[in-house]
Design a protein around this ligand. Structure first.
Ligand code: GAR
Length: 198
């Protein structure tokens, strides 16, 4: 059984979907902890599923490195098989990535390598593209530059706002994330030999 720690910053709707999937005894992964960089509302989902949660508040630390060192201590205590960044809106420093690579994956609301970074949905809308997408990638020490594990196209429709488009992307992200975690757990995806970027 694959043990998974999930890190969030926000509402945690993708976390919720993963918790629901993992609640099925037939699903080959278990969520063992949920962490956040702030008092994220999504932590309530962990409580609802009796999953332990923790907060390492970014603003309590003088630097990203000091914050990440404390986050790293928490993860070392938990020793998950896999870390899922599910809306964690912080860059992890290279030292923390190196400690866990390749066992950290990230969901992103765009069709990478298009529109990386913190505003994937906004940037796609601003670019006026006809379609964007959702991606699940392995985290490396760049910004959304790691190997792509799954992705899918989503059309941009007339009248889309950032919120409307994001809410249409998220269900696709959830489906991709649940499937990728399942495939990692069953060995169908080998994170030590992920596919190269096209
Ligand atoms: C998701 O769309 C996730 O891909 C995105 O934040 C959202 C979190 O939603 N992450 C990024 O943009 C990272 N660059 P949620 O809190 O409702 O799951």
């Amino acid at each position: 059984m694959l043990s998974v720690a999930v890190l969030i910053s926000g509402t945690g709707s993708n976390l919720r979907a993963l918790l629901e999937a993992a609640d099925d005894p037939g699903y080959p992964a278990r969520i063992v902890a949920v962490g956040a960089d702030r008092d994220a509302s999504g932590l309530a989902h962990a409580a609802a599923f009796d999953i332990p949660s923790f907060v390492v508040p970014f603003r309590d630390y003088a630097s990203r490195e000091e914050w990440a060192e404390q986050l790293g201590h928490r993860l070392d205590e938990i020793q998950p098989d896999l870390i899922v960044l599910s809306g964690l809106m912080r860059l992890l420093p290279a030292s923390l990535v190196a400690r866990w690579q390749p066992r950290i994956i990230n969901t992103h609301p765009a069709y990478l390598p298009e529109f990386p970074g913190a505003h994937g949905v906004r940037d796609a809308l601003a670019a006026g593209v006809a379609q964007t997408g959702a991606s699940v990638i392995v985290v490396d020490d760049g910004v959304d530059t790691g190997p792509i594990l799954a992705q899918e196209r989503i059309p941009v429709l007339p009248g889309d706002t950032e919120d409307i488009l994001h809410e249409r992307i998220k269900p696709v992200e959830r489906r991709l994330l649940i499937e990728v975690v399942r495939r990692i757990a069953t060995g169908d995806i080998d994170l030590s030999a992920p596919p190269a970027r096209p």
